[in-house]
Design a protein around this ligand. Structure first.
Ligand SMILES: NC(=O)c1ccc[n+]([C@@H]2O[C@H](COP(=O)([O-])OP(=O)(O)OC[C@H]3O[C@@H](n4cnc5c(N)ncnc54)[C@H](O)[C@@H]3O)[C@@H](O)[C@H]2O)c1
Length: 291
């Protein structure tokens, strides 16, 4: 999208943390913003905070509620002429190791962090395509979805968001709807005070770092919001928030490439594999094809 002024964004989980940072940034870019969340009090507070700087509305929506998504989409069609930028950001933190996570906790994390993203896309994308205007979908994964950081349940959900969005980008390559995958590192938010998972949990801090260090080094949410707006305007597939992730990502991708069999590829098999697996969005992200 080249110009966001006068257009409408929906940000799920937009009443707190990264979502609120994105809501502020899109508001400053001249968009009307609708934020959704599940806590009346924070929705009201964030709604008035945003209304003081732009056009903002706050609505209650649990991202697991598909009927609620459909009702919100109808309302946004009526009141705003649809959604131009959809930000699937709502999520919960859950860092318990595999042997401590219960089946109920797995379902809870996956339902909110992965299925909630699909619910948003499945509800709004057909309407965005039917509108035929330039649009954009951003989904918040995590750098843990690219690096497999400890906390397998959370990592699985976030890797799922990355896979979903990369495949979606390929499906939408010839449409006016762009796609970005936000993979934040540690950001100063309320994620540690989010809704509690079912059952009991032992609290785990990432990497066993001291809480004070985590807080001091964490990125402010507004910085993430500004990076998201730039990515929408530049049609950038990945929103990597931290320059500090370069080395970690290189090690991961090098580790994968190290395991590719060191053999002469069979040309026929290569052709078939390429036919099925080639995703033009990687070429585009590498600047090999102009959009
Ligand atoms: N904070 C970080 O360091 C960090 C890092 C990587 C990724 N993330 C991701 O960023 C996103 C935003 O988290 P945050 O850190 O800003 O935390 P936050 O707790 O400040 O905000 C999360 C928002 O999601 C909402 N939410 C939770 N469950 C919901 C549900 N079932 N339906 C609708 N809304 C729901 C919360 O009410 C809140 O508004 C999440 O997807 C999270 O996984 C955060």
């Amino acid at each position: 999208m080249r110009d966001l002024r006068g257009r409408t964004a929906l940000v799920t989980g937009g009443d707190s943390g990264i979502g609120l940072g994105i809501a502020h940034a899109v508001c400053d870019a001249g968009m009307s913003v609708v934020i959704s969340g599940i806590v009346e009090e924070t929705l009201e507070k964030a709604g008035s905070e945003l209304a003081a700087v732009g056009t903002a509305h706050a609505v209650r929506l649990d991202v697991r509620d598909r009927a609620g998504f459909a009702a919100l989409a109808d309302r946004m069609d009526r009141e705003f002429g649809g959604v131009d930028v959809l930000v699937n950001n709502a999520g919960v933190g859950f860092l318990a190791p595999t042997t401590e996570a219960t089946f109920e906790q797995w379902d809870w994390v996956l339902d909110i962090n992965l299925t909630g993203v699909f619910n948003g896309i499945r509800t709004f994308l057909p309407r965005m395509l039917a509108a035929g205007r330039p649009g954009h979908i951003v989904s918040t994964a995590s750098i843990g979805g690219l690096l497999g950081a400890p906390g397998s349940t959370y990592a699985a959900a976030k890797a799922g968001v990355v896979g979903l969005m990369e495949a979606l980008a390929a499906e939408l390559v010839d449409t006016p709807v762009g796609v970005s995958i936000l993979t934040p590192g540690i950001v100063r938010t309320n994620i540690h005070n989010g809704p509690p998972p079912p059952g009991s949990v032992v609290v785990h801090t990432p990497g066993d770092a001291a809480e004070t260090d985590l807080h001091a080094a964490a990125m402010p949410p507004r910085e993430v919001g500004d990076r998201v707006v730039r990515a929408i305007l530049d049609e950038q597939l990945y929103v990597i928030t931290h320059a500090e992730h370069r080395e970690l990502l290189e090690r991961r991708f090098d580790a994968i490439l190290r395991c590719v069999p060191d053999e002469q590829p069979d040309p026929r098999r290569a052709g078939v594999e390429r036919l099925i697996l080639h995703n033009p969005v990687y070429d585009r992200a590498l600047g090999r094809t102009a959009r």
